[in-house]
Design a protein around this ligand. Structure first.
Ligand code: ATP
Length: 261
């Protein structure tokens, strides 16, 4: 469904922050995009949602296809109409609108009756139902995350881009977000899950990509990654590793590169 090929992104016409990135997400698949701060994960999402230009960024090489539709060069609203919807990091709900108006904003511009979908959201999250008329800014962090994801679902996405959905949440709320993601998977919606919480992401995704300094350094199915000693050391904090500060420095890096060639 989604094919990103050899993508290069430059900010301010000089700073190249993505360098030949290629990623695929199949129909109904959940794929994790992992990597440390500054790796280029948000930049990749901006490229997919048409929001690079407001950050003075440009795609200088490569392509982004949804099926046979080219997304690079498309306006953000057209990308949403084509079914690619992002839930931003930090939740970005409208704190001065009621919970219900936030949800309705998800279906804005669509001439259809969303009352059944609203009822489903409220059934699933009774806390949102109790607070439907209250300002969304009064919700807890976890509740705001549920609201942001529920709102995105009301746009009827084909591909949902989740940017750090567990960021700042308690373990209990992180588990709740995980349950919601599993329900979305059952609906057949494809998901690109951007996370620093690698264990959580790979438990939900079938495959993962690791991005560092604008390049993919590793990819594989989730089991392979979770069992990979180097991956464990750098992304799961296991293995008692020393010295190296990033994945590219590890001894076996050359061997791993073969996976990507
Ligand atoms: P984080 O999780 O910290 O947001 P990230 O993996 O999402 O990290 P990006 O935010 O995409 O990484 O940043 C990638 C690189 O691009 C960083 O070096 C960052 O400083 C740089 N960068 C991001 N936005 C801009 C911008 N508008 N102009 C110039 N450089 C930028």
């Amino acid at each position: 469904m989604l094919t990103i090929a050899n993508l290069e992104v430059v900010y301010n016409r000089i700073a190249r922050v993505l360098n030949g990135v290629s990623i695929e997400v199949q129909d109904g698949e959940t794929v994790a995009l992992l990597g440390p701060n500054g790796a280029g994960k948000s930049t990749l999402l901006r490229a997919m949602t048409g929001l690079l230009s407001i950050h003075d960024g440009d795609i200088t090489k490569g392509s982004i296809l949804l099926g046979d539709q080219r997304l690079d060069g498309m306006k953000p609203d057209a990308i949403v109409r084509n079914g690619v919807v992002q839930v931003m990091e930090g939740r970005r709900i409208f704190i001065d609108l009621s919970v219900e108006d936030n949800l309705l904003a998800g279906a804005y511009g669509q001439r259809r009756d969303v009352s059944k979908e609203l009822a489903e959201v409220y059934e699933q999250f009774p806390r949102l139902a109790e607070r439907r008329k209250q300002l969304a800014g009064y919700l807890s962090g976890g509740e705001q995350q549920m609201l942001a994801i529920s709102r995105a679902l009301l746009t009827q996405p084909k591909l949902l881009l989740l940017d750090e959905p567990s960021l700042g949440l308690s373990p209990v709320m992180t588990a709740e977000v995980g349950r919601l993601i599993r329900q979305i998977q059952k609906r057949g919606i494809s998901i690109l899950l951007v996370e620093q919480n690698a264990a959580m992401a790979l438990n939900l995704a079938s495959r993962g990509y690791v991005l560092e300094s604008g390049r993919l350094v590793l990819d594989g199915n989730s089991r392979e990654l979770l069992d990979d000693p180097d991956f464990k050391e750098f992304y799961l904090g296991q293995g008692g590793g020393k010295a190296s500060t990033n994945f590219r420095d590890v001894k076996h890096y050359r061997r791993k590169r073969r996976w990507l060639s």
